[in-house]
Design a protein around this ligand. Structure first.
Ligand SMILES: Cc1cc2nc3c(=O)[nH]c(=O)nc-3n(C[C@H](O)[C@H](O)[C@H](O)COP(=O)(O)O)c2cc1C
Length: 258
């Protein structure tokens, strides 16, 4: 049993290597009963500010897992900042006995930091690193990926920077430009119903935004921009192995099923 969260497909691509039909966290988060039993249970999620997205934290806090082998695979783009150690702490807080946590570097979809056209061209040895992780999982290895003092310092620096910003700054990261044609793709790829088409135009509703940037990356008009400078506002990203339909199926909140 594999659960995943994704904005632009990297984490879904990895989750699909572990299981043919992994389970989307945004599609299960609303269930009243969150109790899962399986021989092994995995979580695949991106790293945001060195930690897992808020919705993944919520899922781990609320769910009960019955398994002999629990693992987490965290996708990141540039600097994991000790993500494995932070995820281990989260599991401890949630009372989850975690066996294995690893990180895997992929294209970085953080628009203020990177040009997606450049990221797409970079060889981050995803297949090779994924094969190593799959081999670890096949032998049910017990391991938490190594974290250095430099990683910890990077995370502390990030936290210090964040403490200077208004608490809700991340909720105001997105803006919709005049180029919006109201096609509704943004609404369908949003895992938290934080963007809605109202009177033919997309409107970003702050509060529960995961800042996954799925809307900005998927907008065919490039009409969803950030409120802070982007490296290349004309370049957008989706994992090459994942279709737009798969992102919509993973995240769409329009018809939530129990
Ligand atoms: C809000 C946000 C924060 C991010 N923070 C980090 C980070 O701290 N370190 C890093 O290496 N990558 C960071 N990234 C990049 C993603 O972790 C990476 O591209 C990930 O593979 C995306 O997965 P997805 O395609 O499944 O959404 C961030 C991306 C976003 C949108």
């Amino acid at each position: 049993m594999v659960f995943y969260f994704t904005g632009t497909g990297n984490s879904l691509y990895i989750a699909k290597q572990m299981e043919e039909t992994p389970i989307s966290i945004p599609q299960t988060i609303h269930r009243k009963t969150q109790e899962y039993s399986a021989d092994s249970i995995g979580i695949v999620a991106p790293v945001y500010g060195h930690e897992v997205p808020a919705m993944v934290k919520e899922f781990l806090k609320n769910a009960v897992f019955h398994t002999d082998y629990f693992y987490m695979i965290l996708t990141y783009g540039n600097r994991h900042g000790g993500a494995a150690e932070l995820a281990k702490q989260l599991c401890d807080e949630c009372g989850i006995a975690v066996n294995y946590i690893n990180v895997i570097v992929m294209a970085d979809n953080w628009l203020p930091g990177f040009d997606m056209n450049e990221q797409r061209k970079m060889d981050k040895r995803v297949e090779e690193n994924m094969a190593a992780i799959l081999a670890d999982l096949a032998e049910r290895k017990d391991m938490i990926s190594e974290v250095t003092d430099t990683d910890r310092a990077a995370h502390q620096q990030f936290l210090d920077r964040m403490s200077q910003m208004p608490a809700d700054a991340w909720q105001h990261l997105l803006r919709v430009t005049e180029d919006c044609i109201g096609c509704g793709i943004c609404e369908k790829v949003c895992p938290s119903a934080s963007i809605q088409v109202i009177d033919g135009k997309a409107v970003h509703v702050p509060g529960n935004c995961q800042t996954c940037l799925a809307c900005a990356h998927a907008c065919p008009q490039k009409a969803i921009r950030l409120t802070i400078p982007e490296v290349n506002p004309e370049a957008r990203y989706r994992n090459e192995h994942i279709s737009l339909q798969e992102i919509m199926d993973a995240n769409c909140q329009r018809s939530k099923k129990e």
